[in-house]
Design a protein around this ligand. Structure first.
Ligand SMILES: Nc1ccn([C@@H]2O[C@H](COP(=O)(O)OP(=O)(O)OP(=O)(O)O)[C@@H](O)[C@H]2O)c(=O)n1
Ligand SMILES: C[C@](O)(CO)[C@H](O)COP(=O)(O)O
Length: 227
């Protein structure tokens, strides 16, 4: 059985949330968003190590007001970096020695056990896997003058989510390379693709939303109610 670690990314500031509090600590139904995310993985039998990435100046706050208050299990806390990929890199160093690593946005608190379990399975089988959903809207490609230039076939598009799941050696090698070559990525599958590896895309869920802007909190309240 593979040894599996999850890196839960909560090292950002949530600027698009337009809140005076980092969005991972905004409360939904009386509990901080990161509480729900940690709980999902704490309760999952496939996860052997939980690594939490936090801004350096919010580690003490999180320990006292989340981890200790709600008696949540986190095996290692590491500090985040300037960009998401830098936070990932710090997390990967803490996952050394594990066979499979899941990289998950802390801002996606309602990930299902099914996604976690399938992610581990497909990472073992294909080396790299990510959940995703078909966009609900028609997607356009635009030019610099904001005119539409093409409309990709929606059935060939995937709005990719997290946890993005990998054989540790593959993702660590790719992150080493993008770091050396100063390549910017917005998710971890881009790092994989950049070096010619394939990513298996499996069914995500529309409820696995990334809480990003204020209106996402409305859905979060609804989803927290349905737990
Ligand atoms: N330097 C960073 C940036 C982001 N993240 C994490 O990556 C996840 C997805 O990023 P995003 O939703 O963009 O969060 P923020 O970067 O905090 O939001 P914003 O872009 O609005 O500032 C979040 O859980 C965030 O905490 C991180 O760990 N380290
Ligand atoms: C990783 C991700 O959630 C996949 O959809 C997304 O790329 C994160 O983007 P963000 O701008 O850092 O929130």
């Amino acid at each position: 059985m593979s040894k599996t670690a999850v890196i839960i990314l909560a090292g950002g500031r949530g600027t698009r949330m337009q809140s005076d509090k980092s969005k991972q600590f905004i409360e939904v139904k009386g509990r901080p968003i990161i509480y729900y995310t940690l709980k999902r993985f704490e309760e999952n039998k496939d996860i052997d190590k939980i690594i939490l990435v936090l801004p350096e100046d919010e580690v003490a706050y999180c320990r006292e007001n989340v981890l200790e208050k709600y008696e949540l299990r986190v095996d290692t806390i590491v500090t985040g970096g300037a960009e998401r990929q830098d936070s990932v890199y710090n997390g990967l160093k803490a996952a050394e020695g594990y066979d499979i690593v899941l990289i998950h946005d802390g801002a996606r608190p309602f990930v299902s056990d099914r996604i976690i379990e399938e992610g581990v399975k497909y990472a073992e089988e294909y080396g790299a896997a990510a959940p995703g959903v078909m966009p609900k809207d028609t997607i356009k490609v635009k030019n610099d003058e904001n005119f539409s230039v093409s409309t990709p076939d929606r059935s060939s598009l995937v709005a990719v989510q997290t946890p993005q799941c990998f054989k540790y050696d593959i993702i660590k090698d790719c992150h080493d390379k993008i770091r050396e070559n100063h390549i910017k990525v917005t998710d971890d599958t881009m790092a994989i693709e950049n070096y010619g590896n394939k990513v298996y895309l499996f069914d995500g869920e529309y409820t696995n939303l990334k809480i990003t802007t204020p209106e996402d909190l409305v859905m979060a309240e609804y989803l927290a109610d349905s737990l």
